[in-house]
Design a binder for this molecule. Structure first.
Ligand SMILES: Cc1cc2nc3c(=O)[nH]c(=O)nc-3n(C[C@H](O)[C@H](O)[C@H](O)COP(=O)(O)OP(=O)(O)OC[C@H]3O[C@@H](n4cnc5c(N)ncnc54)[C@H](O)[C@@H]3O)c2cc1C
Length: 232
């Protein structure tokens, strides 16, 4: 059996900070019969998730909702909020450089990025992703790029088109004759084969085929031989 300590026999627990974590800790301690002192350095409580009144209007800082995976946390919130809880589907966007991006990010969002940033992001993705392969070879790089295209794009035509377009951005900034052009060309071939295998609608596959063919033509021109793209 759990015994509830008497208020007189227990020294108060000092909780530093009245953000969500501090307030919930204090609440649970109080429920268990432990006296609590919460210390907060700001004039308002709530921490990153606080609200304040200015000129008669309430302004919310940070989040004012919970997306909860942990069943214990969910049970706690439902108990505390009771009939004041409101449920709605999560749809978050982040505003950056003039565009709204899904949150969590979706591969499609790469297309919205300014071109130089998109290319650098793909580079980061490539170098981060390469770490899981055993050696840093041309073959690994192709496998990685095809993996990304396959994992995110093979069954979704719009994602596949977005990724093809992203690769085109890379092609445009690589110097003519760069050996990386051949790598991207190889990845485009693998991506098309993946799309042909995984995308069910013939018309969608055709859209990917047109995009990949056009991309390979651009790569061919950049490599200094427009004939190359049509050779395979
Ligand atoms: C824009 C934004 C959007 C977010 N969206 C979400 C979301 O949708 N869902 C979600 O779950 N999370 C979201 N988060 C994260 C969430 O806000 C934080 O994880 C959460 O508020 C952190 O709570 P906390 O109590 O740990 O810390 P904090 O909120 O940082 O609270 C710490 C408190 O301690 C006080 N403090 C610090 N040092 C001292 C001291 N020495 N003495 C006295 N007081 C002190 C501070 O003033 C503050 O009030 C978001 C955050 C931001 C900024």
């Amino acid at each position: 059996m759990r015994t509830v300590p008497s208020q007189h026999s227990v020294k108060p627990v000092v909780v530093v900070g009245a953000g969500v974590a501090g307030l919930v800790s204090a609440h649970l301690l109080l429920e268990a019969g432990v006296p609590v002192v919460v210390v907060e350095r700001q004039p308002e409580i709530g921490g990153l998730a606080k609200s304040f009144v200015y000129d008669g209007f309430v302004f919310d800082c940070g989040p004012h909702r919970f997306h909860v995976e942990n069943p214990n946390v969910k049970r706690y919130l439902e108990r505390v909020l009771a009939d004041r809880a409101t449920y709605f589907p999560r749809r978050s966007e982040v505003y950056f450089e003039g565009s709204y991006y899904n949150w969590p990010l979706h591969p499609k969002n790469l297309l919205q990025l300014p071109k130089d940033l998109a290319v650098r992001s793909l580079g980061d993705l490539a170098f981060g992703g390469l770490k899981k392969y055993t050696s840093d070879t041309f073959e690994d790089y192709v496998r990685f790029v095809s993996d990304v295209l396959g994992r995110y794009g093979a069954s979704d035509v719009s994602v596949m088109l977005a990724l093809v377009s992203l690769v085109r951005n890379c092609v445009e900034v690589l110097p003519p004759g760069s050996p990386r052009l051949a790598i991207l060309d190889e990845a485009a071939v693998v991506a098309l084969a993946d799309a042909e295998r995984a995308i069910p609608r013939t018309s969608d596959v055709e859209r990917v085929r047109i995009a990949v063919t056009s991309l390979r033509r651009t790569i061919g021109v950049r490599q200094g031989s427009s004939a190359q793209a049509g050779r395979r």
